[in-house]
Design a binder for this molecule. Structure first.
Ligand SMILES: O=P(O)(O)OC[C@H]1O[C@H](OP(=O)(O)OP(=O)(O)O)[C@H](O)[C@@H]1O
Ligand SMILES: O=c1cc[nH]c(=O)[nH]1
Ligand SMILES: [Mg+2]
Length: 219
């Protein structure tokens, strides 16, 4: 796993992360979603440096300019619900990408500590030889990322895999490092030390799905 963790660098990214963590600022749902989207834009820009490029001639009104543009067929796959604002941010930059959506949520059994990942909805194009971006803002245990990756297997073998996340726990990073192919890239804004006994990242930010879209009833 090639891990690109941007928390050590000073940049505007840290301001966006501070705001989604802040217990008061995060109550503004529109700002919360927009900050996740902005983080998606920044991570997408950083990720674009790892893509493959081909030369292109651009005709301007006054002449020809030689440049290079990326040459990868991108499929952007996000995990519902919390992945939606991150998806939008990435799609703002990779605007010609194909898209996939999957629902992977934690189903708590008898106690809050014990949960399984339920995959129900999946819409995905052919992944053969494509560049697959898997986006989910929270990389806690890493189980949702893995469940998604497994569910995508019947859709073909991508030529490259990029995981994009906002906040990770070290345990989740170790888990995806073991479970994903070695040449996978992880683009992550920041990494926290611990998970609590409910599998939440500490200090983290709380529940990214609820903060984006409101609390859901647990059934
Ligand atoms: O790394 P993991 O331990 O798998 O946890 C991370 C998952 O938890 C959150 O989803 P959640 O189940 O809260 O669903 P939601 O987006 O509908 O709120 C988050 O968006 C990830 O998908
Ligand atoms: O800290 C966490 C862990 C999983 N999902 C969240 O939304 N937050
Ligand atoms: Mg949630």
């Amino acid at each position: 796993m090639h891990i690109h963790n941007f928390s050590k660098e000073n940049s505007i990214l840290n301001t966006f992360i501070s705001e989604i963590r802040d217990v008061n600022i995060q109550k503004d749902r529109m700002r919360f979603r927009r900050n996740i989207e902005r983080i998606g834009e920044v991570l997408g820009y950083e990720m674009s440096k790892e893509l493959n490029y081909k030369p292109k001639k651009i005709t301007t009104p006054l002449g020809i300019h030689n440049t290079s543009v990326f040459n990868d067929d991108i499929v952007l796959c996000s995990i519902l619900r919390a992945g939606v604002p991150l998806h939008n941010g990435l799609l703002n930059y990779f605007d010609t990408a194909e898209n996939a959506f999957i629902s992977a949520y934690r189903h708590h059994k008898d106690t809050p500590e014990i949960f399984e990942i339920i995959v129900e909805y999946l819409a995905c194009p052919d992944l053969s030889n494509k560049t697959l971006i898997l986006a989910d803002p929270m990389l806690a245990t890493g189980q949702s990322m893995l469940a998604t990756f497994k569910a995508l297997k019947p859709f073909g073998s991508p030529k490259a895999i990029h995981l994009v996340s906002v906040i990770g726990a070290q345990k989740g990073l170790d888990f995806v490092t073991n479970e994903f192919p070695e040449d996978t890239h992880l683009w992550i804004a920041t990494v926290d030390e611990t998970l609590n006994n409910k599998g939440y990242i500490v200090p983290g930010l709380g529940d990214a799905g609820d903060l984006s879209f409101g609390e859901k009833l647990q059934k």
